[in-house]
Design a binder for this molecule. Structure first.
Ligand code: ZN
Length: 212
């Protein structure tokens, strides 16, 4: 199956992923089943639905994620419907998931009939993988923790962000703090392992609960 059809499947059908032992704290290879990404995006559009990566997000960040999910869903829906009406005389499916499958079918048919240019075909089929990535960033955001110390490189401790001040240095991780990386908003320095963090005096026990 070509890569873009694989992306279409992840958007529209249940799929699974295999986590390696280092992602499961040594519990071997574990298969994780997921809903179609578009279903996960729909869930993310509704405030305070179970969002496994978002447990560390404060309410302000939470609602920002909801807004991002909603905006992305509108963008995907609009793009899919515009291209279906461009490529077909028929009506677009009412629901988004069948409409995405409909667009994929139209692209295959037009490509086989050589009624679409190669550059349009390449450009349009690339949408699906991009959407997978953007949905995943929303449904599985990294956990963020602020570090209660100034940056060891630039000495900045607080940074103006929007209308408020935030800690300059923060730690980001997906599943385990042991895999965390740290970065500074002020000078852009980054430390990509616990060893590197320890060398500059950041201990993960210094981190504060709550969003960075
Ligand atoms: Zn810094």
């Amino acid at each position: 199956m070509s890569d873009w059809l694989h992306a279409v499947e992840k958007l529209t059908r249940p799929w699974s992923d295999v986590l390696s032992p280092w992602e499961t704290d040594g519990n071997g290879y574990v298969t994780v089943d997921y809903q179609p990404l578009l279903t996960m995006l729909d869930d993310a559009c509704r405030a305070n639905t179970g969002n496994r990566g978002g447990s560390g997000a404060d309410p302000a960040e939470r609602s920002l994620l909801d807004l991002q999910a909603f905006t992305l869903r509108e963008h995907i829906d609009g793009t899919v419907r515009a291209w279906i009406s461009h490529l077909s005389k028929g009506r677009a499916e009412k629901e988004l998931i069948p409409a995405v499958g409909q667009l994929a079918g139209l692209l295959q048919a037009h490509h086989a009939a050589r009624s679409i240019t190669d550059s349009d075909y390449e450009r349009l089929t690339a949408f699906f993988d991009r959407w997978c990535g953007r949905i995943w960033e929303i449904v599985d955001p990294p956990n963020m923790r602020k570090v209660q110390k100034p940056c060891p490189r630039c000495s900045v401790e607080w940074m103006p962000v929007d209308d408020t001040y935030k800690r300059a240095v923060w730690i980001e991780y997906r599943d385990k703090l042991a895999d965390a990386t740290a970065a500074c908003r002020s000078c852009g320095a980054a430390w990509t392992s616990l060893v590197a963090m320890r060398e500059i005096g950041i201990d993960v026990s210094d981190v504060e609960q709550g969003a960075a």
